[in-house]
Design a protein around this ligand. Structure first.
Ligand SMILES: *[C@@H]1O[C@H](CO)[C@@H](O)[C@H](O)[C@H]1NC(C)=O
Ligand SMILES: *[C@@H]1O[C@H](CO)[C@@H](O)[C@H](O)[C@H]1NC(C)=O
Ligand SMILES: *[C@@H]1O[C@H](CO)[C@@H](O)[C@H](O)[C@H]1NC(C)=O
Ligand SMILES: *[C@@H]1O[C@H](CO)[C@@H](O)[C@H](O)[C@H]1NC(C)=O
Ligand SMILES: *[C@@H]1O[C@H](CO)[C@@H](O)[C@H](O)[C@H]1NC(C)=O
Ligand SMILES: *[C@@H]1O[C@H](CO)[C@@H](O)[C@H](O)[C@H]1NC(C)=O
Ligand SMILES: *[C@@H]1O[C@H](CO)[C@@H](O)[C@H](O)[C@H]1NC(C)=O
Length: 443
């Protein structure tokens, strides 16, 4: 296997959008929340390539400025990535988005710099989900400055905060925020939320990206191929998902498979891991795309170098078979090699149709007590306070709201213990909701 060709294809598989033609349109965006950040009109639109209905971000955030990417970038990306909201003021700026508590969501934040501010100088900043660090947003270089961050998360409250945090390395900005409800039984983990490391269709043409409506869950699928050692199998038949299938894999992704050029070889994928100490989950998707003769068989194993193996199994004809981990694995290194190997009694070489790798995030910061949040939110709207009164009031401690003091030790979740409204320059009547801050000691 050649390292460089793998690496190269991996980059190609990134964010560059090649629109796929819409053959059929479906109206099943149920539960989708699709926000075009910085969109300068209040009316939304239906994106031409995908049919996804985007809305403006103005009802989800109080601060920031809307800007457009420079015209030379605009044709390269779908419409939602043509405008940004940037945050020249404030250390932390947060979107508040209503969700259904207990449902599983795919949350995707996209960043296309597109020289929106003129100097072609890329910033670096943090992305937080509520009080917890989700990821650091950074770019390789100004001409190639696009990235997206994905998280699979089950909100504990009926809203989430997505915050952009200025760390002193340039002005944070964001292009789009998308929430997609996922089936409860998909991507189950023992601990914390999952952040996407890699999601690829193997055996697909390079330089395409598949998303909604081909993928009804609107996952982004890049491509992964090894032109030296792999070859492709495909079928014109549809690979269907039952309506209760938690993974709902797109047929265009599953109908192409990679197999080794030399039948005795394995298929090996080498992936770089963002954090050698973190834990990971992988989901490998298989389907038989050839109609096998009675004297043919395809039995195969999967192994994770230094982290176990699974099999043998035979991928079912035209339907999905997913190999996933019930416990997270860790290699302790910067890379993982995943191999699909032919079983001894198999007459045919192994196949792989698609794979996904996720990293476990440890979200340890607790959000402020819900009753305190409700009360202070009501005070905030009574006095129409904007400034830094965004995101969680107490957590993390570094970004506590001006004039608010919290107790972090004595309770399961932080409680507001004092409020200094004169710090916020407020006058007038005292809001009744202050009485609902039950732990308050000074006012
Ligand atoms: C979010 O939910 C709250 C409480 O149910 C409601 O007051 C608010 O208007 C909702 N916000 C949006 C943007 O829908
Ligand atoms: C999702 O599944 C978990 C158990 O796996 C269950 O506790 C929870 O109530 C389910 N949530 C919904 C929205 O069905
Ligand atoms: C930016 O990065 C891309 C790929 O990472 C590379 O192909 C390109 O040459 C770089 N451009 C500059 C100006 O460094
Ligand atoms: C399977 O059977 C076909 C004829 O039906 C024959 O041509 C082929 O060689 C056989 N393959 C194997 C692996 O035995
Ligand atoms: C290959 O081996 C597996 C288990 O080791 C077995 O279940 C399967 O039936 C075998 N297949 C053939 C074609 O012998
Ligand atoms: C509240 O804030 C004002 C203005 O900064 C300050 O003068 C005052 O001492 C503060 N009060 C308390 C109790 O901390
Ligand atoms: C205080 O909280 C209770 C219950 O949570 C709510 O019904 C009431 O409206 C709140 N009072 C004020 C003044 O916001």
């Amino acid at each position: 296997m050649s390292w460089t060709s793998m690496q190269l294809l991996f980059l190609v598989a990134g964010f560059a959008l090649n629109l796929m033609l819409l053959v059929h349109s479906r109206d099943d965006q149920s539960g989708f929340i699709s926000i075009d950040c910085g969109l300068q009109t209040d009316s939304g639109y239906s994106e031409t390539g995908t049919g996804i209905n985007y809305i403006s971000d103005t009802t989800f955030i109080d601060t920031g400025e809307s800007k457009s990417t420079s015209p030379s970038y605009r044709n390269e990306y779908q419409q939602p990535y043509g405008s940004v909201r940037s945050f020249p003021e404030g250390a932390r700026n947060c979107y508040k988005i209503n969700v259904t508590r207990g449902n599983k969501y795919l949350i995707r934040a996209s960043f296309v710099y597109g020289n929106y501010d003129g100097p072609d100088k890329i910033p670096e900043f943090e992305l937080h989900l509520g009080p917890n660090l989700w990821d650091t947003v950074m770019f390789e270089n100004a001409s190639n400055a696009d990235t997206d961050k994905e998280l699979i998360y089950v909100p504990l409250r009926n809203y989430i905060h997505v915050c952009l945090v200025n760390t002193g390395s340039g002005v944070p900005f964001i292009s789009a925020l998308e929430l997609r409800p996922l089936p409860n039984a998909s991507y189950e983990t023992e601990t914390g939320p999952l952040t996407l490391v890699s999601r690829c269709d193997t055996g697909e043409r390079p330089n395409t990206q598949t998303r909604y409506p081909f993928d009804i869950l609107d996952r982004f699928w890049g491509t992964y191929n090894d032109l030296d050692d792999w070859t492709q199998l495909d079928t014109s038949s549809t690979i269907k998902s039952e309506s209760d299938d938690p993974y709902q894999l797109p047929s265009v992704v599953m109908s192409t498979a990679s197999t080794p050029k030399y039948p005795s070889d394995s298929l090996s994928i080498v992936l770089s891991l963002p954090d050698k100490d973190a834990e990971y989950y992988s989901y490998l998707h298989f389907a038989e795309v050839e109609s096998l003769q009675l004297n043919q068989s395809r039995w195969q194993y999967v192994s994770w170098e230094g982290a176990g193996s699974f099999g043998p199994f035979a991928p079912p004809y035209l339907s999905r078979y997913t190999v996933y981990d019930t416990e997270a694995w860790s290699t302790g290194g910067k890379y993982v090699t995943i191999s699909v190997t032919r079983a001894e009694n198999s007459t045919l070489p192994p196949v792989l149709n698609a794979f996904e790798i996720y990293m476990v995030k440890q979200f340890v910061e607790a959000e402020t007590n819900q009753e305190d949040v409700d009360a202070i939110t009501s005070i905030k709207s009574t006095y129409n306070i904007k400034r830094n009164w965004q995101g969680d009031p107490c957590a993390p401690q570094h970004y506590v709201w001006h004039g608010v003091k919290c107790n972090y030790q004595e309770f399961e979740s932080p409680r507001i213990i004092s409020l200094n409204l004169s710090l916020s320059g407020l006058t007038g009547e005292i809001a009744a909701s202050i009485s609902n801050l039950t732990m308050i000691q000074s006012l």
